[in-house]
Design a protein around this ligand. Sequence first.
Ligand code: FAD
Length: 464
Amino acid sequence: MAFTTRYEDCSFWLEDAGETLTPRPAMQRSEDVDVAILGGGYTGLWTAYHLLLHNPGLKVAVVEREIAGYGASGRNGGWCSPRFPVSASAMHKRWGADAARSVLLALQSAVDEIRDVSQVESIDTCFRPAGTLTVARGAHQLQALHGAYAAYERLGLADHYRFLSSQEVAERIRITDVHGGLYTPDGASIHPGRLVRGLARAVEARGGVIYEQTAVKAFESGTKARLITDAGELRARKAIVLAGEAYLTQLSKLHRALLPVYSLICLTEPLTPAQWQDIGWQHGENLASTRNTVVYLTRTPDGRILFGSRGAPYAYGSKISDEQDRHNETLQLIQRSLLEWFPSLEGIRFTHGWGGPVGMPMDWTPAVRFDPSSRIAFAGGYTGQGVSTSNLAGQMLAGMIGGYTTGFESLPFAQRRSTSWIPEPLRWLVVRAMQGGYLRIDQAAEAGQRPPLYAPLIEFLGKH
Ligand SMILES: Cc1cc2nc3c(=O)[nH]c(=O)nc-3n(C[C@H](O)[C@H](O)[C@H](O)COP(=O)(O)OP(=O)(O)OC[C@H]3O[C@@H](n4cnc5c(N)ncnc54)[C@H](O)[C@@H]3O)c2cc1C
């Protein structure tokens, strides 16, 4: 997996991070630390930050194969929301109302924490607490919206959500074919690149060390727990933290722990004041529809539209490559979708297109765990809902490793383990069938056609 692009070209967010992306020094020789962290994304950095905040004397080192923010943390859609990969109704069924509610409230507290730390550490994250608006684009999407509202109601969280008529949505934002919306003031948008780069600096300011351009090739557990690189070993007295999310699948011991699933983004040039006048969206809420093949939109701090959606189809053997970040066919599909939402933007220039892999567990449920006997800690499997979840995970891991309570110990994804993905070639067959199936279900609904005969099977298998 040789990296062939300039780091600035990985995403608009890294290009616009407000600093040159000169890599920090690589690791040169073996070293002993208290906590050795694989991965300089949000998970690794939040864990390091909270460990050091709680115990400034701790020796914490992060090993990053490229640069801090190279992964999904420097490429995402900028939604910092209390959304979780498992829906409210599925959490309710699986864990009960109290546990489901506590997950959603903990995520909202993580959103607040990101805001607060940004202030304390002077990180210019462009935090915009405008909430989230999910619209039903097409009458067929209304049912999912009503279902989501009912689920929040059953959890006693109805006061966080408000159902909007199509007219009320249009007062906020003009999108074609909208039949209603669900709005919550919870959640914010951020500048992902500035958050992750600023967080790396905050970790260093608190005494942490970050080695960049240093790939971990393997790891060992137990009393000799260590991260192994070509330059030497990072031996850990307390814990090694596996915070490489989707990329962990490239290590042989973790090949089937997650599935790398791509999400891709198109970005327009900045809109003119007249174009914004036409569209509305003055508050800059995070915006989505209930499409199965996921659509998320953000108004960027400099006035562009970011439109994100599904990514390159799953590659056999969980392969990750630069080419999948720029899957042309998918990028064109996303550009067309943006113009369907906002036809008045016909002719607008798309300045950036990029993507990246997210880590998806077989049961869609993230895990945050630390086993003191193996000394291995892991957090990930956020399936594209990782901005606030990784903050929460970092707080939880720091507590587990540092031996202090965070109040998040009883969350149902603490200390859990997901089942491994099925082996190839079955994995490729099932994942491709699901990806293609969801797309055809969406396309049929949008064309006013009956769903394909296999739709119930796809929906049953993908229930989360
Ligand atoms: C296109 C896209 C859009 C998204 N949009 C949103 C959104 O709007 N809201 C939201 O909540 N979530 C979103 N997500 C998901 C979110 O960005 C991730 O869940 C989150 O950033 C994961 O953080 P992480 O630190 O666990 O992983 P990453 O950010 O992927 O970091 C892992 C790091 O580990 C490094 N690494 C991996 N293997 C090794 C190794 N062997 N040796 C050394 N280093 C290694 C990688 O280089 C990488 O920097 C999106 C993701 C993508 C790709």
